[in-house]
Design a protein around this ligand. Structure first.
Ligand code: FES
Length: 127
């Protein structure tokens, strides 16, 4: 049912936890199943994401999507990260079974929320 990549990221998730002194935090819950993901990011010079960690309380597909997304987004600018969608994450995992596609939403949506939070904090600090 799951690709080898999904199983690898599920069994050995990358970047688990919370970034110390994070610059942005995004939390996303699935209305379908109640699973949740919390993502924290640190943004460096040139608005590059230099650290990212996640905590996902969810199914194998959600954990694998979260883990893959953190690898994809590391070293990207926030603009590049904002362009990332759940489909990009699912494709990078070698696809997800149709009933599990919604699980990858958690990762992309939490990422976008963390970036929004970072931008709000930046704006507040500048005013
Ligand atoms: S079943 Fe809840 S995120 Fe996958």
């Amino acid at each position: 049912m799951y690709s080898e990549k999904v199983m690898d990221h599920f069994k050995n998730p990358r970047n688990v936890g919370e970034v110390k002194d994070y610059h942005g935090k995004g939390e996303m819950g699935s209305t379908r199943c109640g699973d949740t993901m919390v993502l924290t990011i640190k943004v460096g010079e040139g608005e590059v994401i230099e650290d990212v960690k996640f905590q996902t309380f969810g199914c194998a597909a959600a954990i694998a999507s979260s883990s893959m997304m953190t690898e994809m987004v590391l070293g990207k600018t926030i603009q590049e990260a904002l362009a990332m969608t759940n489909n990009h994450v699912a494709e990078a995992l070698g696809g997800l079974p149709a009933p599990k596609m919604h699980c990858s939403n958690l990762a992309a949506d939490a990422l976008h929320k963390a970036i929004e939070d970072y931008l709000k904090r930046k704006e507040a600090a500048a005013s």
